[in-house]
Design a protein around this ligand. Structure first.
Ligand code: COA
Ligand code: ZN
Length: 306
């Protein structure tokens, strides 16, 4: 029996939030609908943030109301505060992805709060979610390094892991917001996090420095079975200096399928959605698989000159 690894798609949230030109609501809906047929466990559809902070996602309610839901997929949204949580409940999201940074500087830049203030605010949101039987995942940004503060002590991250483990959240994500993770750090941190947290531990990498797939492999070897990724490799936090795209979903799926894992994903559908995304954003995406095709795509022999 193949071992299962779950994929969570973040393109319509992490991918779109820093795009300059507004992507029409019906295009967002069409993309989510296409992705819903690809085999994901979770699709992070949007965020219920301040429309001034993230104008691209100001249509969160409309997107949630219009998508065709596949009952096999969990539709989540990023929630920064209680106000966002209430909006998301009204919009019928299945799961909250709460966010705070483990670094004070990035947390202030992104959420305008200290880490302690964020933690107190998230605690209220967790209570509200549990009252409404909504699943909660907490994303710990800058877990592998902060673009403002530099490296982050492992103990600091693990303290937050223990804290949210005690709050009995469904999932925790260790997020590499600006691509500062490297494989030995991923191994060390995730092994200890898995000892402290028995829920679903997800890794969220950005490929800012080309270490994304190596980090996925380190995570898999450490025992992680859930990864965030973004179609085409689009992505980046607008409040993290130097942030660029997430690891590319189709590349992660291609690699894990070749290695014999069961991702449950349909690569051909993913690639066609990624082609469509290229047209939507009007430029070439970071995805190398989109350029080269899967290894099963063979070529005619070049003509010989004799
Ligand atoms: N949804 C809609 N509006 C919201 C909101 C929410 N979740 N949270 C705050 N607002 C509105 C307030 O009503 C207020 O509006 P007004 O100026 O018209 O009165 C304005 O935003 C400021 O509210 P305030 O409570 O002072 O919050 P803030 O300015 O400190 O913003 C955040 C805090 C976290 C809500 C905001 O910075 C944000 O949404 N950031 C996005 C973070 C993010 O998604 N980063 C990338 C992903 S990691
Ligand atoms: Zn991210």
């Amino acid at each position: 029996m193949k071992e299962t690894i779950a994929l969570n798609e973040v393109v319509t949230r992490d991918g779109f939030q820093s795009e300059k030109a507004f992507i029409a609501t019906h295009d967002k809906v069409a993309l989510v609908n296409a992705l819903s047929q690809c085999g994901y466990r979770v699709i992070e559809v949007t965020s219920f943030t301040s429309p001034k902070a993230i104008p691209m996602l100001s249509d969160a309610e409309e997107v949630m109301a219009t998508i065709d839901r596949n009952p096999e997929v969990v539709y989540s949204a990023l929630i920064p505060n209680l106000r966002g949580a209430q909006r998301a409940i009204d919009a019928g999201v299945d799961m909250f992805n709460l966010v705070m940074s483990v670094s004070e500087s990035h947390n202030r830049s992104n959420l305008r709060m200290s880490c302690a203030e964020s933690s107190a605010a998230l605690s209220e949101v967790i209570d509200l979610a549990h009252q409404h039987n909504i699943r909660v995942n907490v994303s710990l940004s800058t877990s592998f390094g902060c673009p403002i503060e530099g490296s982050i002590a492992k103990e600091r991250v693990l303290d937050w892991v223990s804290h949210f483990a005690q709050r009995q959240v469904w999932g925790l994500s260790l997020c590499d917001t600006t691509g500062m993770a490297y494989p030995s750090l991923v191994s060390a941190l995730t092994q200890q996090a898995l000892d402290l947290f028995t829920g679903t531990l997800t890794l969220h990498f950005h490929n800012t420095r080309g270490m994304g797939l190596a980090n996925v492999l380190a995570g898999v070897q450490a025992g992680v079975r859930s990864f965030d990724a973004s179609l085409g490799g689009l992505g980046g936090c607008p409040y993290a200096p130097g942030a660029t795209g997430n690891i590319t979903t189709e590349e992660v799926v291609h690699m894990l399928d070749l290695m014999g894992f069961d991702t449950g994903m349909q690569l051909d559908k993913l690639l066609s959605a990624a082609h469509h995304l290229t047209q939507l954003v009007g430029r070439t995406l970071p995805s190398q698989l989109l350029k080269a095709g899967p290894i099963t795509q063979l070529h005619k022999a070049p003509l010989q000159n004799h």
